[in-house]
Design a protein around this ligand. Structure first.
Ligand code: XIL
Length: 691
């Protein structure tokens, strides 16, 4: 397929700048105006420490206080981002149907621009602090949709391009159901999708978030939020992340582990997860013990955020204890922020700084540890079987011909190099018919061992599903039928005599699988007689499937076209070690040698099945990368019948984009078809040439 390609582009990136590390000392100190006498010491300011990590470290602000020296100084000295505590809410910004008051919101935008800070917009659609003219009118459904549209276009439209992220919908879940808000009652739950679509139209560059409280850890409410955002994603709604408010009270215990698992499942949906309204309140009076515990809580919240590259925003709800909502809102509670009423740092300030400087603690050897560079992977695809496969251990070509063969590329028991699969190898394929999933495993393993008393320690095949919240795990020892681990439904596994092939079926608790997406993982384990040495997965960073969380996903492809035949993908992708590549648009096999050619397999603009266009001429391609120790080289083979680069928004054009996170420094690069690299922020030296 790659050989038929008509257009070619070779790219080169020099990494030296972004690999040189993000040391705190390299970041220029933020200038604090002289008249602001604010706390500083020998350590980095929080702002410097956050800048060094690429974190949007923000605070909810009251613009009327910007000109107070302590307020303004503490703000710009410690934070690189801010959000509106109240002034962008409906009642303030849109007090009458035909009157908007942007004065205070504008002050935030201006102050941020003057001081090099990013702004989070808070919040567009919320049941609280709504204007009276909205709540006091009996609206028809159409009228209220129109009101919503006017509001969203006016507000998000005004700040188009100036807001990093919007909390588009706030607190729409009550318990584990939709909140019976005005919008819900009049419009129905669709108001949420509508709001996101409108906001995206009004400001296409802003990241759009659903924001709520009581959803930081696993639980009924975060389950409801998960189900809701998953549905939004499945429907193609432009939602980019969830905001966990994280208003914490020291009266209650808090599980950071539960928070981590919760965050991981949203990250696995491809969403960003920000901590948007952090504060830690305590019962008054304040004691040193309480301040120490509060410091620990702030530190651990920051560490938890930093564990996830996609948690790139951490916002504290109030600049100091004299600018916090807690005392006037929660009886007998207070002292919830990191600066005291005189803008002096509390132990919590140092807790946050410690986390920012040191990063999350290493979790080597902890089996429950999250994987730091977790990546969201596109769903695997199970296509509909033309005929029902016969489970006899003989993998007939016709039976499985339509299914994609995926490698089991990662060995979670080889933490140094997950690609080292040890003395076992395998591939898997899944197809379905009705509500039955059929699977094919191929296995290469010279020694079969099933003598361990703990069944999971043996040579086994395991499969994990999550069907709409029903978690299923099954295990088969080589040569044996499935033993249900957490599923009693009908399932069968049949092995070939030599243990090299397993054909299996699982009847899933759902009627009709077409077009469904389920949580999924599959594992092949190897024990040669002295303990397990390998457990292979198709996705890296996912080794807690047995607890029902952090699964990959499997899409049951409906009646739509199949992906390219026998397409194979492997993670992580491999950059071949290669010297002497010239970037001139002339690709030759001699030059690129052993570089692996990968297909572009998933089309994110075809969300129904993620497959590339049916007609190869529309767009198809492949790519490969190589590395000579300093420079990353890449090529893209592109097959496309029409080349178009006339759109005003450059990303809308025919282009190649490269996204690299090297040592925590993220950079995006774009090459429009036939042109040079676009000028985008990057630490490296880049060259591009097209055929
Ligand atoms: C709060 C403000 O801090 C108060 O000043 C105001 O009186 C009420 O709202 N969740 C949210 C925030 O999303 O907008 C709320 O802010 C706190 C709870």
């Amino acid at each position: 397929m790659i050989q038929r390609i008509c257009t070619l582009c070779a790219i080169v990136l020099t990494f030296s700048a972004c690999m040189s590390g993000a040391g705190l000392t390299e970041v220029p100190a933020t200038e604090v105006k002289a008249e602001y006498s604010v706390f500083t010491d020998d350590g980095p300011s929080l702002r410097e420490a956050a800048d060094a990590r690429g974190l949007n470290f923000g605070v909810a602000v009251i613009p009327g206080r910007f000109r107070q020296p302590l307020y303004g100084g503490t703000l710009i000295g410690n934070f690189n981002s801010m959000t509106a505590e109240n002034v962008m809410k409906w009642q303030t910004i849109h007090p009458e149907r035909n009157r908007y008051d942007f004065s205070e919101a504008d002050q935030i935008i201006d102050f941020a621009a003057e001081n090099g800070m990013t702004v989070r917009g808070h919040t567009i659609i919320w049941h609280n602090q709504l204007a009276k003219w909205v709540t006091d009118t009996q609206w028809s459904r159409d009228e209220l949709i129109e009101v919503m549209r006017e509001h969203i276009f006016a507000v998000a439209g005004r700040y188009k391009g100036k807001i990093l992220a919007w909390d588009v919908v706030n607190e729409a879940i009550d318990g584990s159901n939709y909140r019976k808000s005005l919008f819900y009652n009049v419009i129905g739950p669709e108001y949420i999708a509508m709001a996101f679509r409108m906001a995206h139209e009004a400001d296409p560059q802003a990241r759009l978030y659903y924001n709520d409280y009581g959803v930081s850890g696993l639980g009924a409410k975060s389950d409801a939020m998960y189900a809701m955002v998953k549905e939004l994603l499945d429907d193609g709604v432009p939602i980019h992340g969830v905001g966990l408010q994280t208003h914490m009270s020291m009266q209650w215990d808090f599980s950071y582990d539960s928070m981590r698992r919760n965050m991981a499942r949203f990250v696995d949906l491809g969403l960003k997860v920000d901590l948007t309204e952090v504060d830690v309140r305590m019962e008054l009076p304040v004691t040193n013990e309480k301040l120490a515990e509060q410091a620990d809580r702030y530190k651990r919240l920051m560490e938890t955020c930093l564990e996830f590259p996609t948690c790139d925003t951490f916002i504290i709800w109030g600049l100091s204890d004299s600018a916090s909502w807690i005392e006037y809102t929660f009886n007998g509670m207070g002292s919830a922020t990191i600066f005291d009423t005189h803008y002096q740092p509390k132990p919590a300030f140092f807790g946050v700084r410690e986390a920012l400087v040191n990063g999350p603690p290493a979790r080597d050897g902890d089996p429950d540890a999250p994987v730091v560079q977790r990546r969201a992977v596109p769903p695997f695809i199970a296509s509909e079987a033309a005929e029902v496969p016969v489970l006899d251990g003989a993998a007939g070509e016709d039976e499985w011909g339509g299914g994609i063969v995926y490698p089991l590329g990662f060995n979670q028991l080889s933490p140094r190099d997950l690609r080292d699969t040890g003395s076992v190898a395998g591939t898997w394929t899944a197809v379905y018919k009705g509500n039955t999933l059929y699977g094919l495993l191929t296995r290469e393993d010279d020694i079969t061992y099933t003598g361990d008393r703990s069944s999971w320690e043996n040579d086994t095949l395991e499969v994990f599903f999550d069907m709409n919240g029903t978690f299923v795990q099954l295990r088969t020892l080589i040569g044996q039928d499935f033993q249900a681990v957490s599923y009693e439904g009908p399932a069968r596994a049949v092995w070939s005599d030599d243990g090299r092939v397993c054909e299996f079926s699982v009847v899933l608790p759902d009627t009709g699988l077409a077009n469904m997406l389920c949580g999924w993982n599959i594992a092949l384990s190897d024990n040669d007689g002295s303990g397990r040495t390998a457990q292979l997965y198709p996705v890296n960073g996912i080794n807690d499937s047995y607890t029902g969380v952090n699964l990959g996903s499997l899409k049951f492809e409906g009646t739509s076209p199949r992906p390219p035949e026998a397409a194979r993908i492997t993670y992580p992708f491999k950059a071949a070690a290669r010297a002497g590549i010239t970037v001139d648009g002339n690709w030759s096999a001699a030059e690129w040698g052993n570089t692996v050619s990968y297909p572009f397999l998933f089309n994110q603009l075809n969300p129904d099945n993620l497959c590339p266009p049916v007609d190869d001429a529309d767009l198809s391609g492949g790519w490969g990368i190589a590395w000579d120790g300093i420079t990353l080289y890449g090529y893209v083979h592109r097959r496309d019948d029409i080349t178009y680069t006339g759109a005003a928004d450059s990303w809308e054009n025919d282009c190649v984009e490269v996204f690299i996170d090297a040592a925590g420094t993220f950079a995006q690069h774009r090459i429009p078809a036939g042109k040079d690299w676009e000028d985008m922020p990057s630490a490296g030296v880049r060259t591009a040439a097209w055929s």
